[in-house]
Design a protein around this ligand. Structure first.
Ligand SMILES: *Cc1c(COP(=O)(O)O)cnc(C)c1O
Length: 228
């Protein structure tokens, strides 16, 4: 199952992260949506442990093969699909409604460690995008922090595409400031996670304090949605 090109792209992404993150504050989430389990196994053999998936059914099939890996859910969440998410993942990045957090809390099996939760922020205030507005974030975070069986750890965002490093840094800087505000308002909560940065803006995200970057294309190559 050797795939030297995949391993090489993976190493290049790791090198690029380390170049901007000499102290190893950033972890790499390999976004494997639409990619075959063989690619995941190849990367696991190369040392990658955390994988991000967007589509529940596809994710569950992969988790069944490799339950030993750490799986993060990063896609849109339908409220009637929260139970398998609560049962099968380590972290959920895309919590965009209070109701979703409440359901994940109620459905997380108590024999598992608490489910780690990130609140998705609609950082560019886009009508078409999900996520909390910065204004509503604090009151939601206070409610989510109270819920049992889940652990609010931080924030996630997918900014609108921009060109140029300085432009790309702006929304990430806002995210960093939002997390800082939450840390001050919720001092008893461990708010240590900023999930931001994808293949096109990884560098800008790391420069603004990302702790998890979510990389798909730069590792696995372009996605082909016709051959799942
Ligand atoms: C697909 C996806 C990614 C990976 O994007 P690339 O540009 O392929 O690196 C990251 N985050 C989310 C939420 C995604 O849906």
């Amino acid at each position: 199952m050797s795939n030297p090109e995949l391993i090489q792209r993976y190493q290049q992404v790791l090198d690029k992260i380390r170049q901007h993150d000499p102290d190893h504050h950033v972890s790499l989430l390999a976004v494997s949506k639409t990619k075959p389990i063989e690619d995941i196994i190849t990367l696991a053999e190369a040392g990658q442990t955390c994988f991000g998936e967007n589509y529940l059914q596809e994710a569950l099939e992969k988790i069944e093969v490799r339950p030993d890996l750490e799986w993060h859910f990063i896609g849109p969440i339908q409220s009637n699909k929260t139970r398998p998410i609560a049962e099968n993942f380590t972290m959920v990045h895309s919590v965009d409604r209070l109701k979703i957090a409440q359901r994940l809390s109620a459905q997380r099996p108590t024999d598992l460690p608490p489910l780690k939760i990130l609140l998705e922020v609609n950082i560019d205030d886009e009508a078409t995008k999900s996520g909390f507005t910065p204004t509503e974030l604090l009151s939601v975070a206070k409610e989510v922090a109270q819920l049992p069986n889940i652990e609010l750890r931080g924030l996630m965002a997918i900014p609108s595409p921009r060109t140029g490093l300085e432009e790309q840094r702006k929304p990430f800087k806002k995210m960093k400031d939002l997390l800082k505000t939450l840390q001050q308002q919720l001092p008893n909560q461990t708010l240590d996670t900023l999930s931001m940065g994808m293949s096109g803006d990884l560098e800008a995200a790391i420069l603004e304090g990302a702790t998890i970057v979510r990389i798909g294309t730069d590792i696995f190559g372009a996605r082909n949605y016709n051959t799942p």
